[in-house]
Design a protein around this ligand. Structure first.
Ligand code: HEC
Ligand code: HEC
Length: 367
């Protein structure tokens, strides 16, 4: 064998080794994806960004701000007005409350387990809870507050001056107000539920009917394709074409709000808009037309009415919607063909297995 072909042999075995290595890596990747996707999890750890660590003092400050009506223009509304602890931190309406004389256009989502989401709002327009918190304050149809003004109002309250100094070593700013509120929101985590106990090995925690419902949730219903992870959300956007809430066009004040949001989202044809474009408003990507983020299903029995526009009042209606293969014109889902019994089991699972142990809520004293 002369030098050149020996060289070739070494070269080809190197390529062979690299090729095998690639196969192994691809194999590991496929395995990881198939194990991770669709897996249901208990709550092990609450994600906290390194830039805003949790401290008890910061959480307490954030809680006070969350309930403080100073954060709204006319002093009548706090965050808790639309995210009420007694209503699973939502407001129980199809279309949420709004700043006096204006109308809102979407449903107020529960803030329970919000820390597990990666994008905030139904269309995912905010990337962090810190970023999100300033939106409702500034929004013309939510709290309608001037942020320079709220900073000065907070800076003249001795108790807040002291608290901001203690927590941040600095005075109140809009960013620090948002950081404290976000820290508080990260504590809004459900108590352990029967599904958690089941996943930890307690076979008795689900009733026979809920267990059948769980099988449908993972199997025939395909629900766990999108509702998985610790809060039963894949954090993705899906164009299910949920029916519009008629109020969007029937009430001119709601139409105005919809078109205003579209305008500030740089949607060109906002003046003629007659439906909620969903994620499209943010991405301007055709595939996101009428796509919304998958919501958490923890505590779902307490978060009616359902969907981004509260169009479904009961879980039966939601299950029927998925059974029909979701909304007209969608290309994401197909009819499921569930029997009446199967739909009932699915509902039992959602109600029984996903409701956490009750937790007492301590209201703050506002300075
Ligand atoms: C007037 C009612 C109202 C008030 C007041 C209000 N919100 Fe909301 N909140 C909503 C609605 C409606 C949405 C959904 C809007 C959307 O997706 O376009 C929302 C969404 C959110 C979300 C995102 C939830 C998710 O699932 O992604 C968070 C977090 C939140 N609000 C926190 C707050 C905080 C903090 C305050 C106070 C600074 C506040 N809200 C004040 C109605 C309100
Ligand atoms: C392709 C992904 C996908 C599949 C599969 C799926 N969902 Fe959903 N689910 C979503 C999205 C996205 C929404 C929110 C739609 C909106 O707000 O307009 C949602 C909303 C819901 C809601 C309303 C929650 C709330 O608080 O508003 C319930 C309940 C629900 N799904 C249950 C189910 C059940 C039960 C199944 C199986 C039969 C299922 N989902 C299958 C993506 C999915």
């Amino acid at each position: 064998m002369h030098a050149k072909s020996r060289h070739n042999v070494r070269y080809s075995s190197l390529i062979f080794i690299l090729f095998m290595l690639m196969l192994v890596l691809v194999g590991i990747g496929v395995f990881a994806v198939s194990v991770l996707a669709g897996s249901l999890e208990t709550i092990k750890q609450v994600p906290v960004p390194r830039s805003n660590p949790q401290t008890p003092e910061k959480i307490e400050l954030g809680k006070k701000l969350f309930f403080d009506r100073r954060l709204s223009g006319d002093g009548t509304m706090s965050c808790a007005t639309c995210h009420n602890p007694e209503q699973a931190f939502a407001d129980g309406l199809d279309i949420s409350l709004s700043y006096p004389t204006t109308k809102n256009w979407r449903n107020s989502p529960t803030l329970l387990n919000i820390t597990f989401q990666k994008r905030f709002f139904h269309d995912g327009r905010a990337k962090s809870l810190e970023e999100q918190a300033l939106f409702p304050m500034m929004s013309a149809f939510e709290m309608n507050k001037n942020l320079d003004y709220v900073e000065e109002q907070i800076r003249v309250v001795p108790e807040y001056v002291e608290a901001f100094n203690k927590v941040f070593g600095a005075e109140a700013t809009r960013e620090r107000i948002a950081m404290a509120i976000a820290a508080f929101e990260r504590t809004l985590v459900s108590g352990s539920n029967p599904l958690d106990r089941f996943l930890k090995g307690d076979q008795q925690s689900l009733s026979a009917e809920a267990l059948k419902g769980f099988e449908i949730f993972k199997g025939k219903g395909g629900c766990a394709d999108c509702h998985y992870g610790p809060s039963l959300s894949d954090n993705q956007f899906h164009a299910l074409h949920v029916p519009e809430n008629p109020v969007l066009m029937d009430d001119p004040a709601v139409t105005a709000t919809m078109r205003f949001v579209a305008k500030v989202s740089h949607y060109k044809d906002y003046r003629t808009l007659v439906e909620d474009p969903g994620r499209y408003l943010i991405s301007k990507n055709r595939k996101d037309w009428k796509a919304f983020r998958t919501p958490t299903l923890r505590e779902v029995s307490r978060t009616a009415p359902y969907m981004h526009n509260g169009i479904f009042v009961t879980l039966e209606e939601v299950i029927d919607f998925f059974d029909r293969g979701a909304g007209k014109g969608n290309t994401v889902l197909k009819p499921l063909g569930l029997t009446a019994e199967e739909r009932k089991y699915l509902r039992t699972f959602l109600v029984e297995a996903l409701s956490g142990e009750e937790q007492a809520f301590q209201y703050p004293v506002i300075p």
